[in-house]
Design a protein around this ligand. Structure first.
Ligand code: PAF
Length: 254
């Protein structure tokens, strides 16, 4: 199963390819989940392109599409929420209260509807993957999770359905995020282990743009806690608001 919210792009189609390598039958889900948007404008402006999405699913040999309505998903009297403690209070969870409960609730329902053996999610939403992993372990869900690498535009910007909402000038500035992450990797490769120096390297690449930084951190890949000194496998995470749009990215230090 490859759960998505539609507005499919090359990032998603790479997930379908990975799913095909792992499974005989590939199911995609498209559901723009109102529960995970803490900002109603963001929900209303979420891009929809169903015809194009179906074409892409066909082109990529996806066998089934599950595309429920909001009424099917959350019928009258719906009152259940799946809450994962701890790691949902940090990073995206701190800036988007309720977001991860919305994600966990819908993913539980999607898993329950489709009963997949394997589910594929992208690395771009690193914290989301960690939350789903915690949930699957805690609730004994018999599902193998695969984290697929982030697919990037030519200039390095991580692919996201939100990118189409960026103005031309903001779109040009957005490449600073991945450039900052590359600068941090270069410092790490040259032997720097102090996280503050890596954070400052990312911030200094983003600072000249009009992006407002929400956070730049180096975190432990399992606990998602801040690290003062970094090692291979530590994760640099970034969130900015650019042109009113929240963009996130991350890089696992190698
Ligand atoms: O990553 C997404 O597109 C969504 O958060 C998901 C996992 C499909 C749940 O709505």
């Amino acid at each position: 199963m490859v759960p998505t919210m539609g507005a499919l792009h090359h990032g998603h189609t790479s997930l379908f390819e990975i799913a095909h390598q792992q499974a005989d039958v590939v199911v995609a889900t498209i559901f723009v989940n109102p529960l995970q948007f803490n900002n109603s404008t963001d929900f209303e402006k979420y891009p929809l392109q169903m015809e194009r999405d179906i074409q892409l699913l066909e082109e990529h040999g996806v066998h089934y599409l599950y595309n429920p309505t909001v009424e099917t998903m959350y019928g009258s009297g719906f009152s259940t929420s799946v809450h994962i403690g701890g790691i949902t209070d940090l990073l995206e969870g701190a800036s988007r209260p309720g977001h991860f409960s919305g994600v966990a609730t819908v993913v539980t329902k999607l898993f329950s509807a489709g009963q997949p053996d394997i589910a594929v999610f992208g690395q771009k939403d690193f914290q989301q993957f960690a939350v789903i992993k915690r949930m699957v372990a805690d609730l004994d869900m018999p599902i193998q999770l695969i984290m697929a690498p982030t697919i990037r535009e030519r200039d390095g910007l991580a692919m996201s359905s939100r990118n189409v909402r960026l103005s031309t000038s903001a779109r040009l500035e957005a490449k600073a995020i991945s450039q900052g992450l590359s600068a941090a990797q270069s410092l790490f490769s040259s032997g720097i282990r102090e996280s503050q120096q890596l954070v400052e390297a990312v911030e200094s690449v983003i600072a000249p743009t009009s992006a407002a930084i929400d956070y730049v951190k180096v975190i432990d890949s399992a606990s998602l806690q801040d690290l003062s000194s970094v090692s291979q496998g530590s994760v640099m995470v970034v969130a900015v608001i650019l042109d009113g749009i929240r963009l996130i990215d991350n890089h696992i230090l190698v």
